[in-house]
Design a protein around this ligand. Structure first.
Ligand SMILES: [Cu+2]
Length: 319
């Protein structure tokens, strides 16, 4: 009986040893990917991909619109003005080289069209389609604010020519009720003033955050204006997803400058943008994601400008 037990023990030890050996050899075969056997691979391996064919087709249909150089001027609120009350009327003037036919406006049939991205402080943009119709920000809270505008295409890619972008700083005296959101005249929420104790404009991370006031932004210093992605992406629009931004007073490495833009999706490995143009990422999983964009200097350190140069947005992908 005793001998049998020992024999069993030896058998067990040998079996365990064999298993270890098998496991080790399996690992050895994977030495080049040893890290991924320890840390599970990310659930969402995003990859750069080219501009989607449906957008290429749209561009062809648009003729020479994409060669236009639209210039925007903020007529109201006037730069450095003070507004009494809590409603800020936005009026824009569009000029520039428009021979290709660039004109904002929503096509009732498709619900899309050229439009302007309007950004209060560092909140997500709102779309302004018909520049001859009123656009108001309502219940803007008291204090200093910035408004940033630039022309965009139906698929939300910005025009990047000189003069396309303008930022003005203005002050709201009196102001709205901080316990209620700031909205447009069509009811779109621009800022949920009471939603979070995070009062710092640097922490403005989307619609759920921050009583919205301006950061201490210097219009002469490098400025990254976050634009896309935003909101919810559904069905065929959910993959690939475009990242796009406006860049002022800074040139990226690939454009002859020294700056880079870093993007971090969820907590994945960062990616870098070294040429100022929209990029498309494919491989998104269903559900909520965070997209962080930040401007880096030549030493890869974030460049601060009133908290606007590092922005995190929450998006939702529904495939
Ligand atoms: Cu847009």
């Amino acid at each position: 009986m005793k001998r049998l037990t020992n024999w069993h023990l030896i058998l067990i030890i040998n079996t365990v040893g064999l298993l270890f050996f098998a496991a080790c050899s399996a690992n050895n075969q994977n030495t080049t990917t040893a890290v991924t056997t320890v840390t599970p691979p990310p659930m969402q391996p995003l990859q750069l991909t080219q501009r989607p064919q449906k957008i290429v087709d749209l561009m062809n249909q648009r003729g020479k619109q994409d060669e236009d150089k639209p210039v925007l001027k903020v007529v109201s609120p006037a730069a450095n003005s003070t507004i009494n009350g809590s409603t800020v009327r936005v009026r824009l003037d569009l000029s520039g080289e428009l021979a290709g036919g660039y004109k904002p406006g929503k096509d009732p049939a498709t619900g899309t069209g050229n439009h302007v991205h309007v950004i209060l402080d560092n909140q997500p943009y709102e779309a302004y389609y018909h520049l001859d119709q009123p656009f108001e920000l309502r219940n803007v809270i008291a204090g200093k604010h910035t408004l940033r505008v630039f022309p965009s295409r139906p698929w939300h890619e910005s025009y990047k020519n000189d003069g396309a972008f303008q930022m003005v700083t203005f002050t709201v005296a009196g102001g709205g009720d901080p316990s209620k959101p700031t909205t447009t005249n069509t009811g779109q929420v621009v800022a949920n003033n009471n939603a979070s104790p995070m009062a710092s404009p640097a922490a403005s991370e989307g619609k759920d955050v921050a009583p919205s006031t301006a950061g201490e932004v210097d219009p002469t210093k490098p400025l990254l204006t976050d634009s896309r992605p935003k909101g919810e992406y559904k069905g065929p629009d959910a993959d690939p997803i475009m990242i796009d931004f406006w860049l002022s007073n800074a040139k990226l490495r690939g454009d002859g400058g020294e700056y880079r833009v870093r993007y971090i999706i969820d907590d994945d490995e960062p990616g870098y943008i070294d040429k100022w143009e929209a990029i498309w990422l494919t491989g998104w999983t269903n559900g909520p994601h965070t997209v962080r964009l930040e401007l880096l200097d030549k030493d890869n350190n974030p460049v601060d400008n009133g908290g606007y140069n590092t922005t995190t947005r929450e998006i939702t992908v529904v495939k």
